[in-house]
Design a protein around this ligand. Structure first.
Ligand code: ZN
Length: 198
């Protein structure tokens, strides 16, 4: 790719390392960037650096945030006795978009997958169990309906059962292997409302 010169090739290489960006898209983006006004490029690089440096995990629910407590955990209007367990911050965002859930969340950052060698200790499960020592009424398991999501749901329900805390699983209807973030709000709401106690 040296016909572009070293600096251009380097930019294309960096961009094509991003997920979902193939060689052609990387070239298109690189040409777009070098034609952008300089201050716009600065805003973009600043936003990337700032996000990378200042985004951390909420100390309560482990979602990504830039404060010690995320806005949901810090909100006294939310029902802190109902915890919805999701695989990722993107899944949390999908449920928040429905505007109908007023409990709090717990973000696992992954799911158990024996095939990929991801065990219970590799996701934020220990942290969930610690939270359950407080005043908790119900845990809603909203992991994906993929094999990994189901395995994780089963594992969590077995862990929680002996504590006497109510455990429920969002209803099926969420397509198998479907990423929660791509599912429309009505389907998510139906899945939440139709949750079944495990
Ligand atoms: Zn939080």
């Amino acid at each position: 790719m040296d016909y572009y010169g070293k600096k251009m090739s380097r930019l294309i290489e960096q961009l094509s390392a991003l997920p979902g960006i193939g060689g052609k898209s990387a070239q298109r983006l690189a040409f777009h960037i070098i034609h952008m006004p300089k201050e716009q490029v600065e805003q973009l690089t600043d936003a990337i650096k700032d996000a990378r440096e200042n985004i951390c995990y909420c100390k309560e629910c482990y979602t990504l945030t830039d404060q010690e407590l995320c806005p949901i955990c810090a909100n006294p209007q939310r029902d802190h006795r109902t915890i919805m367990v999701v695989e990722s911050t993107r899944d949390l965002a999908a449920y928040e978009k429905t505007g109908k859930y007023d409990g709090v969340y717990h973000v696992l950052h992954g799911a158990i997958s024996p095939m990929l060698g991801i065990g219970p200790a590799d996701i934020r499960l220990k942290e969930l169990m610690q939270r359950l020592q407080g005043d908790v009424n119900e845990v809603i398991i909203a992991t994906n309906s993929s094999l990994e999501g189901e395995t994780t749901a089963m594992y969590i329900s077995k862990l929680i059962k002996p504590t006497g805390i109510k455990v429920s699983r969002i209803a099926s209807g969420v397509p198998v292997g479907g990423d929660l973030e791509y599912i429309d709000e009505m389907t998510l709401l139906r899945a939440l409302e139709g949750r079944v106690e495990l």
